[in-house]
Ligand binder design. Sequence first.
Ligand code: PLP
Length: 375
Amino acid sequence: MNQFEAQATPGVKGLHPYQPGKPVDELQREYGVSDVVKLASNENPLGPSPVVLAALQNKLAELARYPDGNGFELKQALAAKHGVDMAQITLGTGSSDPLEFVVRAFVQPGDEVLFSEHAFAMYPIIAQAASATAVITPANTLPPDKWGHDLDAMRAAVTDRTRVIFIANPNNPTGTWLGGEVLRAFIADIPERVMVVVDEAYFEFASDPALGAVDYPDATQWLDCFPNLMVTRTFSKAYGLAGLRVGYSLSHPDVANLLNRIRPPFNVNSLALVAACASLNDVGHMRSGVAMNVEQMAYVTTTVKNQGLDFIPSVGNFVCIDVGERAAAVYDALLYEGVIVRPVANYGMPRHLRVTLGLPEENARFLTALEKVLA
Ligand SMILES: *Cc1c(COP(=O)(O)O)cnc(C)c1O
């Protein structure tokens, strides 16, 4: 072991970095394929709206200036959108930032951070980095919510050392979701000294009525009832700004005050601030992306079902498909076809591949490639 490895904190020593989807350039370099379709990181295939691109263009003249460290304009727009006080908002370099801040604010080495099996991969990483103990409850194993969070198991796993509970609604990579009544009752049962984080990265997709008569809550509505509730949202998914890195949390103002002490002063850059504000002014673009997603979800799931494959019903912009025991080989064979999806064996789902819904022609490419590879 080298000297610095020995000097690292216990949490950092045990860290395994987050595994992102394979970048397009990397596949082209390594496999010599061109015309690559990337359906691996739940990005928006339409990209940001023209209104956003114009606002970015205008902002370029000011790149020499530091951004507004308080993000006043964006916070003002978000406060109006959510009907909250600006003091309840913490801006982040993506919503990953507030997810990390809450652990840094409340969790000491040996404390417990609680989440479900198959939950978003950032949670164990954030807990580990803080030298915390990750307590992982088994997921549901029976329909109708197979793979989803077992809230009774999570309730039962709360101890004196529990500091933070992470719940992604809907969850990535499973796409499973929790209804309003059960989630609210769960939060009400949790002692106030435990922060409950509801990660709503896919809120805009899941809340679209066209996805079906889905019982899907907006947890921001409960902020006044639960001082220990924190809700995170992002511009990375439905708003198509993943490359700019901007997201936020809403919480009790006293919690936001703590998070804002941790937050680096200029964590949201000036282009990200401008783009986020502009995208809130062009909700129509976001809505048309969501509408396309609804159609493509039906197309992809119907097609794989007709191929005899199982999938996990999802309200996100992605779906996990059961391709059998040789999922790793299927993933690799798809790469040779120029299609990047996401293996999820590291999420305890060795038979599934997670596919982000892309443009209609991209999804068609994936479906054709999948049929060929499985044949
Ligand atoms: C993509 C995603 C995020 C958001 O990441 P950003 O840092 O906002 O880009 C958060 N939670 C879940 C569950 C996600 O899938």
